[in-house]
Ligand binder design. Structure first.
Ligand code: ARG
Length: 461
């Protein structure tokens, strides 16, 4: 076979050279070289397995391992010569291996196809990215816990419909974000269970006639087990869809978090200060300090959801088994991972420096009759039906609106005109501190309950 045209895959079958533009159009090496180390790791495991089943000799295995090691170094040092003539990361590495060690390099692909190879590489890649994402997520959760602890007693208005509803503690509000991120972390871990299954051995689609030991390769690569069906192994990318779905939820949460930070940092709310290091100025308005980090994160959530939709659309029309369509999975996967790591990192860096403006939060909670429900509950405790209490408090609120006073500023005598049941002790519950302290059941906003929630969250981390 000395006349083989090494420029082209399966070249002996082709009479014509590939069209120059088609070569560029179909190549993936510009982006899939990101999985080079995973590709090398997969090849090392595969070669060791081929040696065990007597397809490679000891010296061939040695050559392959040392050649792959050299390639890994060349890539790390940035001296590896990537070429679109070799189409993708897999062919580039294999061709370089053959350059380096000769005939043994050509034996590496025995019992394997790029179809099971690429599916394996992506799974290895995602496994390690999920570890990076989880690290950043945990950093952010720790930052939230620290801030929540500091602000366990800080009173702010809680909102529904973005209207002042009831007073809450800032610590409690922060712990809501902690809970969302905990579920996000669980989703990633759960999706990782299905990612960590090994396709290698499925070969092109039907498996291979060599007596391969898939258990061995799976163990070498740290997979929980080999996959069950060769056709499924090379074709489905549901694991990547799950990853981008979990990623979309993380970004959706960060986007909502961002929205609140942006609102709170505005002059109209003025609840928090975002430190200068996380803001930028305006090129025209000298007074501006813009909350760029949360705004950008809010914006970036869109692209991750976009990747989720891309992958769903990529998959939905494909017959079994592998199709070239699947090459389009890489960029959405890579960009999802990058966006998650970077957004979580920016948040984890920023949250410890968020400064609560307690007085502003407190006076905002005093506007909007945030303790009206407490007054109704008070009347219920005195024996009134809740609907009647609701009616009476409505009248008291109307008086407050008309006379521009909070419920706690209306005199006892005036309140008693609405109900004779009201006595001096009403002012304990009309105060914001009394309102939050009363909500001390599991999941409530009372400062002590928030401290307990933080403590148990720390134990679970
Ligand atoms: N670059 C390809 C991909 O990303 C690798 C697998 C190609 N296999 C094939 N039979 N053309 O999916």
């Amino acid at each position: 076979m000395s006349s083989v045209n090494t420029d082209k895959l399966s070249s002996a079958r082709f009479a014509q050279k590939t069209d120059a533009f088609v070569e560029i159009f179909t190549a993936s090496v510009d982006f899939d070289q990101r999985m080079a180390q995973e590709d090398i790791d997969g090849s090392i495991a595969h070669a060791k397995m081929l040696y065990k089943i007597n397809i490679l000799s000891e010296s061939e295995l040695k050559d392959i391992l040392s050649g792959l090691n050299t390639i890994s170094e060349e890539i790390k040092q940035g001296v590896f010569n990537w070429s679109i003539k070799q189409e993708d990361v897999h062919m580039n590495i294999e061709a370089r291996l053959t350059d380096l060690i000769g005939i043994a390099g050509k034996k590496l692909h025995t019992g394997r196809s790029r179809n099971d190879q690429v599916a394996t590489d992506i799974r290895l890649y995602l496994r390690s990215e999920i570890a990076n994402i989880t690290d950043q997520l945990a950093r952010l959760q720790h930052a939230i816990l620290d801030l929540a602890e500091k602000e366990a007693e800080t009173i702010m208005p809680g909102f529904t419909h973005l209207q002042v509803a009831q007073p809450v503690t800032f610590g409690h509000h922060l712990m809501a974000w902690f809970e969302m991120l905990s579920r996000d972390k669980e989703r990633l871990q759960d999706c990782c269970k299905r990612i960590n299954i090994m396709p290698l051995g499925a070969a092109a689609l039907a498996g291979t006639s060599y007596p391969i030991d898939r258990e061995m390769t799976a163990e070498l690569l740290g997979f929980s087990r080999p996959s069950n069906n060769s056709l499924d192994s090379v074709s489905d990318r549901d694991f990547a869809i799950e990853f981008t779905a979990a990623g979309s939820l993380i970004m959706m949460h960060l986007s909502r978090f961002s929205e609140e930070l942006v609102l709170w940092a505005s002059a109209q709310f003025d609840f928090i200060d975002i430190p200068d290091a996380f803001c930028t100025g305006s090129s025209i308005m000298p007074q501006k300090k813009n909350p760029d980090v949360p705004e950008l994160v809010r914006g970036k959530s869109g692209r991750v959801t976009g990747h989720l939709i891309s992958l769903l659309m990529l998959m939905k029309g494909q017959p079994l088994a592998y199709n070239k369509d699947n090459q389009e999975d890489k960029e959405p996967i890579f960009d999802t991972a990058d966006t998650l790591v970077n957004s979580l990192r920016a948040f984890a860096d920023m949250i410890p420096h968020i400064c609560a403006k307690k007085e502003n939060m407190y006076s905002a909670a005093k506007q909007g009759f945030a303790t009206a429900t407490d007054l109704a509950d008070y009347l219920v405790r005195k024996g009134m039906a809740f609907r009647d209490a609701h009616e009476i408090v409505g009248l008291a609120v109307r008086l407050g609106v008309d006379t521009k006073r909070d419920l706690s500023e209306i005199s006892l005598g005036e309140l008693q005109k609405f109900s004779a049941e009201i006595t001096e002790d009403v002012f304990d519950i009309l105060k914001l501190e009394g309102s939050v302290a009363a909500r001390k059941h599991i999941g409530g906003t009372a400062p002590d309950t928030v401290r307990t929630a933080i403590e148990s969250a720390r134990k679970d981390m």
